[in-house]
Every structure is written in C-alpha cells, then in structure tokens.
Design a protein around this ligand. Structure first.
Ligand SMILES: Cc1cc2nc3c(=O)[nH]c(=O)nc-3n(C[C@H](O)[C@H](O)[C@H](O)COP(=O)(O)O)c2cc1C
Length: 175
C-alpha cells in the first residue's frame, strides 16, 4: 500500500543547516511513496490538522533537542494525538558508534518521548550529523572544538543517507 492521497508534513528545526537537509531528504523519500509532502521549519507551520502524518526533527545541542522543536510538540500535542507522528534528531554522539554512544542516543530519544508521553510516535529516528567548524559561528565554534576534542570526533559530514532513507521508507510501510 502506498501513501497516495496522504498529506505529510516534515517540520524541523536546524541551526546550521544540516538537519534542514535531512528534513528535505526525508520529505523526498516520503513523496516517492505517493504522499503529498510539505517541508517547513517548525516556526513556519500553520494548519497542522490537514496532515495525516507529521515528522518532526531537530538537532541536538547541549544534550537536548532544539527548544523550538520541543515547544512545537508541546504546543501541538492535542492535534498530533490524531495523526501518525514520528520524531528524529541529528547529533554528533552517533558519529562514533559504540555501546556508550548508543546509550547516550537512547537517552536523547527518551527525553524527546518525554515531551508528550501520550503521543506514541511511530519511531524516533537518530542520525549522526555534521561537524564543520567553518559553518559554526563564534562562540558555538569554541564549544564544538571542545566537543570534538573530548569525544574524539573529527570534522566531517557523518550523515548516513542510506540509513535516513531506510528509516523514512519504513515510516511509509502499512501499520
Ligand atoms: C553548539 C553546539 C552544541 C552541540 N551539542 C551537542 C550535544 O550535546 N550532543 C551531540 O551529540 N551533538 C551536539 N552537537 C552536534 C549537532 O547536533 C550536529 O552538529 C548537528 O548536525 C547540527 O545540526 P544543524 O546543522 O541542523 O544545526 C552540537 C553542535 C553545536 C554547534
């Protein structure tokens, strides 16, 4: 079963653009399944009730989902209860897969579920993001350099597009 006639929204928050690109990519995968897809930042979204499926994503900063994504879920909890919801986040923790970083990512996912525990998302996707000093304005660049040293994650684009696509395609599967 495809998603013909379904309306889907990918709503995201991104500071430096890498999560925006992930959101665009997820939207592309969903539209391949036949859904009509809108892709907007959380602040641009209006009329959430028209969608059959809503995917909400944001980057992790300071061990938390970006506050605008959190506020969006809180504000729209009631409407989201009537739609198929999925969340995703990007982070650098997953740039170095290990049992420890998996646990940390699991804690990020748990925190996101806690925002509205009755929402029961189809999935909380977790993806490695981008570490690029040139993209990062001061003073966040300093923090990122410290993060790079303490975690041993070197500069790079760690997004695994195949994994992101597989995740989006699984959302498309009939439930
Ligand atoms: C100031 C800052 C703080 C960050 N804090 C974390 C963190 O606590 N944990 C983590 O795994 N990644 C952290 N990251 C990495 C981001 O989640 C990653 O770079 C992501 O791809 C950024 O998404 P964006 O380009 O959409 O802003 C941080 C990045 C920045 C710039």
């Amino acid at each position: 079963m495809g998603q013909a006639n379904q309306r889907a929204l990918v709503a995201y928050d991104s500071r430096l653009g890498s999560t925006a690109e992930v959101a665009e990519f997820i939207g592309g995968a969903l539209s391949e399944g036949g859904a009509s897809v809108d892709i907007n930042t959380v602040s641009e979204v209006t009329a959430l009730e028209v969608y059959d499926r809503v995917v909400i994503g944001g980057a992790i900063r300071y061990d938390r989902w970006l506050p605008e994504a959190v506020a969006f879920v809180r504000k729209n909890r009631q409407i989201l209860l009537d739609t198929q919801v999925a969340f995703f986040f990007t982070c650098l923790t997953l740039a170095k897969p290990s049992p420890e970083t998996e646990r940390k990512a699991e804690a990020y996912a748990a925190k996101i579920r806690q925002i509205a525990p009755d929402l029961r998302p189809t999935s909380v996707g977790r993806f490695a993001g981008v570490l690029e000093f040139a993209r990062t304005p001061w003073p966040a660049r300093l923090l990122l350099r410290a993060l790079s040293v303490t975690t041993g994650v070197a500069e790079g684009d760690y997004r695994d597009w195949q994994a992101i696509r597989d995740w989006a395609m699984k959302l498309e599967a009939p439930r």
